[in-house]
Design a protein around this ligand. Structure first.
Ligand SMILES: [Zn+2]
Length: 118
């Protein structure tokens, strides 16, 4: 139950258990594989998976482990693509195809809480 910082990239995550959490896609330990993204509180793994590291509630950062931003039903697909790829380029090609396929069937996903004026 501690905050752990990646000394090289400065990414800070909350670790709930004794063991560090691992990436849902590539299995690397967090925050070892994470670099901050442009968006505040969000970090990206070496495999490209994004994680929300800072969860806010009423302006306070919660003691909560990173959560993967990949839609849950896509995680197994990305994981399979990762495991069947020989290198990062091959994986990124497969990952792009997965996200393009997803975008076709899920157009314009709106951010949570942003209701379109009903
Ligand atoms: Zn990863």
């Amino acid at each position: 139950m501690v905050w752990v910082t990646n000394l090289f990239t400065g990414v800070r995550i909350f670790q709930k258990a004794e063991k560090p959490p691992t990436c849902e896609v590539c299995g690397r330990e967090l925050p070892g594989s994470l670099t901050w993204a442009i968006i505040h509180g969000i970090a990206v793994c070496q495999c490209g998976a994004e994680y929300v590291c800072y969860h806010y509630e009423e302006g306070k950062i919660l003691e909560k482990e990173p959560t993967c931003r990949i839609p849950e039903e896509l995680i197994p697909k990305y994981r399979n693509a990762w495991q069947s790829s020989r290198n990062i380029d091959e994986y990124l090609g497969k990952a792009k195809a997965i996200s393009e396929e997803w975008n076709k069937t899920h157009p314009e996903v709106e951010e949570e809480g942003e209701s379109s004026g009903a």
